[in-house]
Design a protein around this ligand. Structure first.
Ligand code: AHG
Ligand code: MN
Ligand code: MN
Ligand code: MN
Length: 332
């Protein structure tokens, strides 16, 4: 048989999670169960997305979320599906979601974990069949068991994450996650209803040829960012911007590149949310050998003060992020 067509042995996500748990003899299995709960919800959301146009769940829901964004029907559905799976799974005591004003207490008072989630990322792309995603961060609760959860549990720094990941619903559906021991990617086979390991031990290239930025806001970007975008053009980099953070991040993670969402006149603190967008991707990119900063500070070291706090995000290949930082310092 042609070697190029040799089929890999299929490792399912469940088996992979189980094996990883065995490598840590003191692991209790609760985090493993939680990851499986998230994967189950991802399969359900994937199904809803795939048939959205047929079952009338495209378009606006008719409500605004706490950030003043117009919620789409699928934002609401994905939010309900993930919350239900996490509540039923029993491992999570509290959830922080983009689509909910306040912390959701699941009633699982013995649950050891907190999840911060962007149930559906890139919702402006839902109705036009463009890749969208889900982003999640997992924290260990710090308050005493049985007390429910305190705000301090939900406002931990990114460095406290015990796991983080995303699902990209794209030309194929993939789940990528880290528990702090490298990054692994799984592709969904919908005919079997399973995620299979397809991208083991992902390492992002040190540099790349893609830059991803909504340059519509260019006029109000900091000068250092403007200069860096000019530099990208002089270097002949290619612009790639989908407008779904997960999809833009995923491409750059695999191919090498940089994603920038700086402060703008419309969004003076940046647009993306620290707790359920930036921290998870920062953890993943660092585990893959890249970097994430807000321009002056490592994303994972920002001390959160609000659930829905925003921050600028510069994330990707290490040499590219270093270069932006240099240019920002020069303009200070
Ligand atoms: P969400 O759909 O979860 O609200 O996130 C929207 C975010 C992110 O997905 C994307 O990268 C960014 O907004 C796009 O913003 P612009 O349309 O301003 O480029
Ligand atoms: Mn939104
Ligand atoms: Mn988002
Ligand atoms: Mn969202």
């Amino acid at each position: 048989m042609n070697d190029k067509l040799a089929l890999p042995v299929g490792t399912t996500l469940d088996r992979f999670i189980m094996r990883k748990q065995e490598e840590f003899p003191y692991a209790s299995g609760e985090l493993s169960q939680l990851l499986r709960d998230i994967a189950l919800a991802a399969k359900i959301v994937n199904r809803e997305i795939n048939r959205a146009g047929l079952i009338g769940v495209t378009g606006a829901f008719g409500n605004q979320n706490v950030q003043g964004e117009e919620q789409q029907k699928l934002d609401v559905i994905a939010n309900i599906r993930f919350i239900r799976a996490l509540r039923n799974g029993g491992e999570v005591c509290a959830i922080l979601s983009e689509e909910e004003d306040d912390i959701i207490l699941t009633g699982n008072n013995k649950g050891k974990y907190i999840v911060a989630i962007d149930p559906l990322d890139g919702s402006s792309n839902i109705d036009v069949n463009v890749s969208i995603g889900t982003i999640f961060s997992i924290y260990r609760r710090i308050s005493d068991a049985d007390l429910g959860s305190t705000p301090a549990d939900c406002l931990q720094k990114g460095t406290c994450q015990v796991a983080a990941g995303y699902i990209v619903y794209g030309s194929s559906t993939m789940l990528v996650y880290t528990t702090g021991h490298g990054v692994n990617g799984f592709t969904y086979d919908s005919t079997l209803g399973e995620f299979f390991l397809s991208n083991p031990n992902i390492i992002t290239p040190k540099t790349g040829a893609f830059y991803s930025c909504n340059e519509g806001g260019l006029n109000s970007f900091p000068d250092g960012i403007k200069n860096y975008l000019e530099y990208c053009k002089n270097e002949g980099y290619s612009a790639r911007y989908i407008g779904s953070l997960v999809a833009d991040f995923h491409r750059n993670l695999l191919k090498g590149g940089i994603y920038l969402y700086p402060q703008t006149a419309k969004t003076p603190s940046g647009k993306l949310r620290l707790m359920y967008e930036c921290n998870a991707l920062a953890f993943i990119i660092e585990q893959a050998g890249g970097r994430a900063t807000d321009g002056t500070k490592r994303i994972m070291e920002i001390v959160p003060s609000e659930l829905h706090q925003r921050c600028p995000l510069i994330i990707g290949s290490v040499e590219m992020v270093n270069k932006v930082e240099e240019m920002l310092v020069k303009e200070e």
